[in-house]
Ligand binder design. Structure first.
Ligand code: SF4
Ligand code: SF4
Length: 541
């Protein structure tokens, strides 16, 4: 009889997992990932709104069904031999997984929480079982290992970045960021950790961009200006290795094939590269792309629109404003952070020099370390090392941490307004700096590229075992029947994500993973009879 474990990273843009052999020291056998998050919404705030509006019971069912379907990709026959599941992620994802209180993470004010009678749950390291949590298909006694949060909003994912980077041992002023939909960031200075979380939006994960895709085979993950002036289109192959597949003129679209491979879109890191190379070459002069079609062209007819550039710019601006807000809150300048740790898929694949050009890492740096998916690595560590859970708790206890809520933070708001003017209206850098100085935040120094760049891992998931399973249809089908519905299908036609179908009855079906949730609600707004209620959608059985 085999003894398997499952390491599970519950990310804001999707779930990633390994099947490991517990009898072979945690050897990775197989890897499975979802291409999206199963809950409606493009970011964590949308997920929270859905959870609170449509009910935790429905939200938890979506979580559990997705976890079950993901693990099933390893083979139904292996389910009975799974003895342990270890998870990692931010406090909201982990709380949703366990179906415990999340409202303490949704509202900033203590008074509001008191009025609502919300009590923050204990988020210390602990174990549970698949039966208690409700993971279908696993033995009810399967152990589930849940790592600790450092403090309230600073979760196990931040702890994973800190432990995997070994930054505490070096004791330098440094910054660490996980470049996801929610850019979780930390500034470590004189023994204190200051953290924040900038809602960068899905552009950093290759979403909300016309041809944006998650890092997966066939995705452009980087572009480079070659000597002949063409742009090398660097694409992830079947094992997620980046390979030059095409050379393209980004203005005319002239496309020279290097390797025969189907290309399906561009990732978040490809987006950063394209914006950096576009700005550097002059192909992009914010907010415009300088050809008649206003398109930046890549291989096989894939292109960027000006809206894509602005969408990416908003994410980059949010990250830069977040980093600089932490520095100002701590009382240090842009030049004081000399070491940067980059985590997550985008943080691993992106070229740090291009990221620096777009403002995603500080402008004056000595060293950059690219860490990979530290959350999945930490979940794997929890399976391999029976003492790791206690070690994580003791590191969490040792960190003196302060969380800066960017929502409502005046410095962040001031800086982000200027970032929006720069990225979406083409405010010149001189004016941007002048305004920064007038507001007392100081001008940004000239860029000094890092002297040392160390990519600690080859890819964000460095060991995938025998292969990678990709789950395309994530989440569940939601269903609604509304009195007075005429079946006119206006809601279906107006759905920007093609997530909604009107069936006979009339019955409304919505795919939870495709739906944009609170940020959209076009279905509700488009209903001429005013009968559609998003909050009344239930699970379809
Ligand atoms: S229109 Fe409705 S179903 Fe479609 S994405 Fe928007 S909220 Fe979701
Ligand atoms: S728009 Fe309203 S009335 Fe028309 S099918 Fe949708 S829910 Fe029914």
């Amino acid at each position: 009889m085999a003894n398997y474990g499952v390491a599970l990273d519950l990310g804001t843009s999707g779930f990633r997992s390994h099947l490991v052999d517990l009898d072979q020291g945690g050897k990775i056998l197989d890897t499975a990932v979802t291409v999206r998050h199963p809950l409606p919404g493009a970011n964590i705030m949308d997920h929270l709104h859905f959870w609170m509006k449509n009910g935790s019971e429905l939200g938890h069912k979506i979580f559990m069904d997705t976890v079950h379907n993901l693990i099933s990709l390893y083979g139904e026959d292996k389910m009975k031999d799974i003895k342990k599941v270890a998870i990692c992620g931010n406090p909201i994802q982990l709380s949703m997984f366990e179906n415990i209180e999340v409202r303490d993470l949704a509202f900033a004010g203590k008074n509001k929480l008191k009025t609502l009678g919300v009590v923050a749950p204990d988020r210390s390291a602990h174990t549970s079982t698949a039966g208690k949590i409700g993971i279908p298909g696993l033995d009810v006694e399967t152990e589930v290992i849940i790592p600790p949060a450092i403090r309230h909003e600073i979760g196990a994912d931040a702890l994973a970045m800190i432990m995997r980077s070994h930054m505490l041992e070096k004791d330098q002023t440094c910054m660490v960021t996980d470049y996801g939909t929610n850019a979780e960031m930390g500034l470590y200075h004189e023994g204190q950790l200051y953290s924040g979380s900038a809602a960068a939006g899905p552009a950093m994960e290759g979403q909300s961009i016309k041809y944006g895709v998650l890092a997966s085979p066939g995705a452009i993950s980087d572009v480079e200006i070659a000597e002949d002036g063409l742009w090398d289109n660097i694409v992830l192959d079947d094992r997620l290795n980046p390979v030059v597949m095409h050379k393209v003129d980004p203005i005319t679209g002239r496309d020279v094939k290097v390797l025969d491979y189907k290309i399906k879109g561009i990732t978040g890191t490809g987006t950063v590269s394209a914006v950096a190379m576009g700005l550097k070459s002059g192909a992009i002069t914010l907010p415009h792309i300088l050809n008649d079609e206003h398109r930046l062209k890549f291989a096989q007819g894939i292109y960027f629109t000006e809206e894509d550039v602005q969408e990416a710019g908003k994410a980059m601006g949010a990250i830069r404003a977040g980093h600089r807000t932490l520095m100002r809150e701590v009382g240090i300048s842009d030049e004081d952070v000399r070491v940067m740790y980059m985590a997550g898929a985008s943080g691993t694949y992106v070229d740090p020099v291009k990221a620096q050009y777009c403002g995603m890492i500080p402008r004056v740096l000595d060293e950059v370390y690219q860490l990979g998916n530290t959350s999945l690595m930490m979940a794997h560590d929890l399976l391999k090392d029976s003492e790791m859970l206690d070690k994580m708790q003791s590191v969490a206890n040792s960190i003196s941490a302060n969380h800066i809520m960017f929502a409502g933070n005046q410095i962040f708001e001031d800086m982000y307004v200027l970032e929006l003017a720069y990225w979406t209206e083409g405010m010149p850098m001189e004016s941007f700096n002048m305004m920064m100085e007038m507001q007392g935040y100081g001008v940004m120094p000239d860029i000094v590229p890092p002297k040392k760049v160390v990519r600690i891992v080859k890819s964000d998931i460095p060991d995938i075992g025998s292969g990678l399973h990709t789950m395309e249809q994530v989440g569940i089908m939601l269903e609604g029947r509304f009195d007075g519905c005429t079946g006119c299908k206006k809601c279906e036609r107006g759905c920007p994500e093609k997530a909604l179908t009107v069936l006979d009855g009339p019955t409304i079906n919505v795919r939870s993973d495709l739906c944009l949730g609170t940020a959209c609600q076009a279905c509700e707004l488009n209903c001429p009879e005013k009968v559609y209620q998003f909050a009344a959608l239930k699970a379809k059985y």
